[in-house]
Design a binder for this molecule. Structure first.
Ligand SMILES: *[C@@H]1O[C@H](CO)[C@@H](O)[C@H](O)[C@H]1NC(C)=O
Length: 224
């Protein structure tokens, strides 16, 4: 009996990983087609590129002024509930698109990726934004703007001292931050964290992610 349960799980696991791979391939394909489409169709005129977001924010501002607006399910603006809870993944896709005006494929990719990370079903399941805060899911040690989870498990909290150090470390024109500055600071944070945090961990994925999100090469940060 156990044998069949194991077989069934293996089978279901295999089917879902094949599905994930196919989804990713399909997404890249659609994205590629969209890119081709954009190459041959005329550009949108200046001022008409981002239609949705400003309208959405104006609407929120208007409602806030009228009634100290705190709508939970935000049908008016089509954004996510303000408490960040119980959000459908597909709702997240639409909201990201409205606010950031990313490509539809990328918006789906982000929300679908969140579903995969949390091992949930994109079509039927829901998430609280705080679920994404789990240690070593996206959040990782040695970040430039948060202390390590070891020092404070509440990772929504911005570490003012770190941010001030970051902002005063620019060596570019007018004290602007350069890619080299970010590399240097990341390296410094990683070495310091490793030294003082007994639970320090930074998997390859998080090293890459930690560098790429600033647009710098992971190899340029010492302490890699
Ligand atoms: C610093 O960066 C800002 C934002 O990109 C830019 O507007 C500003 O001109 C930069 N300062 C100098 C001195 O280059």
């Amino acid at each position: 009996m156990h044998f069949f349960i194991i077989l069934r799980r293996l089978f279901l696991g295999l089917v879902s990983s094949i599905e994930e791979v196919l989804t990713t391939v399909a997404l890249y394909l659609v994205d590629f087609l969209c890119t081709l489409f954009n190459l041959v169709t005329p550009d949108r005129p200046v001022g008409k590129v981002v239609p949705a977001a400003p309208r959405v924010w104006r609407e929120v501002a208007r409602l806030q002024q009228i009634n100290g607006y705190r709508g939970r399910h935000d049908h008016t603006t089509g954004l996510i509930p303000r408490d960040g809870k119980n959000i459908q993944f597909k709702e997240l896709t639409t909201a990201i698109r409205k606010v950031y005006n990313f490509s539809p494929v990328f918006c789906y990719f982000l929300a679908n990726n969140a579903a995969q990370l949390l091992v949930r079903d994109y079509r039927t399941d829901r998430l609280d934004l705080s679920d994404l805060d789990a240690h070593n899911l996206i959040e990782h040690d040695a970040s430039l703007t948060r202390v390590d989870t070891y020092d404070d498990p509440v990772q929504g909290k911005i570490a003012t001292a770190l941010v001030e150090e970051l902002l005063s470390s620019g060596t570019g024109p007018g004290g602007n931050l350069t890619a080299n500055d970010i590399s240097r600071l990341l390296g410094k944070r990683r070495i310091e964290s490793k030294r003082r945090n007994p639970t320090y961990s930074l998997a390859l994925f998080h090293k890459l992610f930690g560098s790429f999100k600033y647009g710098i090469s992971p190899l340029s940060s010492n302490g890699f």
